[in-house]
Design a protein around this ligand. Structure first.
Ligand code: ATP
Length: 444
């Protein structure tokens, strides 16, 4: 894990938030490569779950909503973690995450067993909407994106003319005042979620939960996280939320342990019913053909952008010893991202930076590819070093423009370049015209 954290900082994937002021526990910034990685993940999720489907529509709700939403959803009353204080060193911990020895829990900071009784700590961040810091103006930063999709159910249904079963998808920031942010970006206080609320008839709820489990596993496979790295936990009776008839947790083998990436919960009609009761508004579904009116049930696949980004980094990270043609060996650090997730798709280099014709030709290739993908132009240093830099960034392809390309060695080699593959380090000669179709197909 330390190696991954250090690479992420060194190469500009992830920085500590407010770093020059000592940081802020539980908050992170994504740098130039990190933001591209995260964007590729969100874009692909959106494409898979919204654009490629007739039965899904998207929305983008506000982060701050009427406090009544959180009263009705139950968050104001129950969205809390059990917190304990260590009486010796005053550190605060989540009671359910304390280490245990001989049946007694102890403080992971100082080892003391002198702990307070657990008490509920509400995880929602508070603020005030308007100039007066009064109870009337109290608002929360949303701890999940889901509620906007429930409270806008009627509007989305009326405007999109969807019929059951159909879903609403949303990607956005969520905030939880976690007692102990930890494991790098795994548990932070500000993070992003990718959530789906898939509305259906009660009789279809269980089967659709299994359907979504399959869809989601396929998704992870398609971004480069194989099925055998994901543990599907069928949460047993008694451990699920009381309203849920089925819940799967999808857990990934992180270096710090197997931990949750996503939850898929069949939440019955709990959420819409609560909002109908609290708001008095008709959020029922009217089936015109059958002339039936009822509250739809819902299946909720809820994934974390940051946790998946971390899983992508962990899955991609590799170090291998390579030997060059002179028999010298070195360690190659490489991020083996699936090409569709890679922050930069192709590095483009002129063989030498002091040859204007090579530079001009390389820039022509850049201009050709840039409208279609993230390109990095690099002319500094030996070619081998430039390849290594791209390996560390996870760039799947590199293109080198040399004297053959500019026609110095005969017309038959003109307008061909070296295409180098990150994983195999194999190189092949391809024509410039072939580049776009080849690369576009690989990153789609
Ligand atoms: P945990 O048990 O790890 O606190 P949770 O079960 O409370 O998570 P959910 O409420 O189901 O999480 O949230 C859905 C998803 O949102 C999680 O699977 C995770 O990917 C993401 N998520 C939740 N809390 C955090 C956090 N503090 N930091 C980063 N991602 C989070």
């Amino acid at each position: 894990m330390e190696k991954i954290v250090s690479l992420c900082k060194r190469r500009g994937f992830i920085f500590q938030s407010s770093e020059i002021y000592g940081g802020l526990n539980g908050f992170w910034d994504f740098g130039p490569l990190g933001v591209e990685l995260k964007r590729n993940l969100k874009d692909f999720w959106w494409r898979r779950n919204v654009r490629e489907r007739d039965d899904m529509v998207g929305m983008d709700g506000s982060i701050i909503m009427n406090r009544a939403v959180w009263k009705a959803s139950g968050h104001e009353e129950t969205f809390s973690d059990p917190m304990v204080d260590c009486k010796s060193c005053k550190a605060r911990h989540r009671a359910d995450q304390l280490p245990e020895k001989d049946g007694t829990k102890y403080c992971p900071n100082c080892g003391s067993r002198d702990l307070t009784e657990p008490r509920a700590f509400n995880l929602m961040f508070k603020s005030y909407a308007g100039p007066l810091e009064s109870d009337d103006n109290l608002v929360y930063l949303r701890p999940e994106t889901a509620q906007a999709m429930f409270v806008q159910f009627r509007n989305v249904l009326d405007t999109s003319r969807q019929k059951l079963p159909f879903g609403i998808a949303q990607i956005g920031k969520a905030f939880r005042n976690e007692i102990n942010p930890r494991n790098y970006i795994f548990r932070s206080r500000e993070f992003e979620q990718m959530e789906i609320e898939y509305f259906c008839r009660a009789e279809d709820g269980l089967a659709l939960t299994d359907y979504w489990l399959e869809q989601r596993l396929k998704f992870y496979e398609d971004i480069g996280i194989p099925r055998d790295k994901i543990h599907v936990v069928d949460i047993p009776d008694g451990e699920r939320a009381f309203y849920s008839k089925k819940t799967y947790d999808l857990e990934y083998e992180f270096p710090f342990g197997v931990s949750e990436l996503e939850g898929i919960a069949y939440r019955t009609d709990y959420d819409l019913s609560r909002h109908i009761e609290a708001s008095g508004k008709p959020l029922e579904y009217h089936d015109q053909e059958k002339n039936e009116k009822f509250v739809p049930h819902v299946v909720e696949p809820s994934a974390g952008v940051d946790r998946t980004t971390l899983a992508l980094l962990c899955e991609a990270f590799d170090e291998e010893t390579v030997t060059d043609e002179n028999g010298k060996s070195e360690v190659r650090t490489v991020l083996r991202f699936h090409p569709r997730m890679a922050p930069i798709k192709v590095g483009i280099f002129p063989l030498l930076k002091n040859k204007p014709e090579l530079v001009a030709k390389a820039k022509e290739v850049v201009a050709k590819l840039r409208p279609h993908m993230a390109v990095s132009y690099d002319e500094a240093g030996a070619i081998g070093r430039r390849y290594r830099r791209q390996d560390e960034a996870g760039t799947p392809f590199c293109v080198t423009v040399d004297f053959d390309t500019v026609g110095e060695n005969g017309p038959e080699k003109a307008d061909t370049v070296t295409l180098r593959h990150r994983d195999s380090m194999q190189q092949e000669r391809v024509s410039i015209d072939e580049l776009l179709p080849r690369l576009a197909a690989a990153i789609l």
